[in-house]
Design a protein around this ligand. Structure first.
Ligand code: FA5
Ligand code: MG
Length: 344
């Protein structure tokens, strides 16, 4: 019996040493130490031994079992450590590898120009106001001194939704809405960027949907010279410190007098080139002194208050600033176009 035990121990130790995985080791443990294993078998046969040999044999069987258990545990630790080392080394991050660059987007050129213009006017004390794109006939036209059937409505061909609701053709309705909120008390000093819609045929300089930026300053003693000063600063900040502006008489129903504002050509400095069509001047916006009817309709006393207003098309301004030859580039979302406007 002693011999049998020693052979079993030798076999088990040899197998344990050869075991290459935790699974294999587990199987060996079950094979030798399990309920149906040879050691249990030996212990069961103990009864057949003479009484004086039993303690000695029992001791030996226990020693063999302990030795095998000990060996399994040592091997198990070793295998676990190896598995962990392998995992750690395979998951190591090599921080010296070059990174994969993340493609960065940039602001849409139109957004960039609108934000630049906003910042500029905020710096002059204006705040930003907004209004709805689906507008009533009242705010888009009537409150701006354009009663129903007024011939000047033809200047802006409109998308009507019902007889009284339309897609706004201009940002000027925000003037009327903002003044109403002030309930006859100045100052009102806002700019209002946003989308507008007209039934214009799309071509290189026209779109049926485009942006405008409205400006409005109403207070006591606001004069035409304030308008000129404000717009001169605007033109110089946007197109260069040497720029001048000139005001040409024009017509808008909501301003009196009304003007078109030109900036001296930034390309040829006024000498005449293809950008300014040889005139030395480029038209950038429409403006004027707020019509007394518009002030009164919005609840302002036109004997006490005066104001100036202006409206510009940021697409046209961006086209001038960046030399873009077709307004449709803004809406086509071609990355080859958009990526040219990455700011440093
Ligand atoms: C107006 O819309 C007036 N509300 C501007 C104004 C405001 C005048 C306040 C006085 C006081 P006008 O129709 O000219 O004006 O349009 C203003 C600008 O919008 C134009 O100078 C142009 O830059 C732009 N614009 C007009 N139509 C289109 C179009 N179809 N596509 C792109 N831009 C356009
Ligand atoms: Mg015009």
């Amino acid at each position: 019996m002693q011999e049998r035990l020693m052979t079993l121990q030798g076999e088990a130790v040899e197998k344990i040493e050869k075991a290459g995985s935790l699974k294999e080791l587990q199987d060996i443990r079950v094979e030798y130490l399990g309920k149906k294993g040879p050691i249990t078998e030996v212990l069961k046969g103990m009864g057949k031994l003479p009484a004086e040999e039993r303690p000695k044999m029992g001791q030996l069987a226990n020693d063999v079992r302990d030795a095998i258990t000990q060996k399994v545990e040592t091997k198990q630790e070793k295998l676990e450590r190896e598995a962990l080392d392998a995992k750690l080394s395979s998951e190591t991050i090599d921080v010296t590898l070059p990174g994969r660059p993340v493609r960065k987007g940039n602001a849409h050129p139109l957004t960039a120009v609108v934000e630049e213009i906003e910042d500029l006017f905020i710096g002059m004390g204006f705040s930003v106001a907004e209004g709805p794109e689906v507008e009533t006939d009242y705010y888009n036209f009537e409150a701006l001194n354009l009663p129903k059937n007024h011939p000047a409505r033809d200047m802006q061909d409109s998308f009507f939704i019902t007889e009284d609701i339309l897609l706004r053709t201009q940002t000027s309705p925000v003037q009327a809405r903002t003044m109403e909120k002030h309930e006859g008390r100045g100052p009102v000093k806002i700019i209002s960027p946003g989308k507008v819609y007209r039934r214009d045929t799309d071509d290189a300089t026209h779109s049926h949907q485009f942006m405008q930026i409205e400006g409005l300053y109403v207070d006591k003693n606001v004069r035409m010279s304030d308008l000129k000063g404000t717009l001169t600063l605007f033109a110089q900040k946007l197109f260069g410190a040497e720029r001048e502006i000139r005001l040409r008489p024009s017509f808008f129903p909501f301003t009196e007098p009304s003007v078109e504002v030109d900036v001296s050509c930034f390309k040829c400095n006024g000498k005449g080139c293809s950008i300014c069509k040889r005139t030395g001047w480029i038209e950038i916006l429409g403006a004027g002194m707020v019509h007394p009817n518009v002030l009164e309709m919005a609840g302002f006393d036109s004997k006490e208050y005066t104001g100036f207003a202006f409206g510009m098309g940021p697409e046209r301004i961006a086209m001038l600033k960046y030399g873009i030859d077709d307004i449709r580039h803004f809406y086509a979302n071609d990355v080859r176009f958009l990526e040219q406007f990455k700011r440093a």
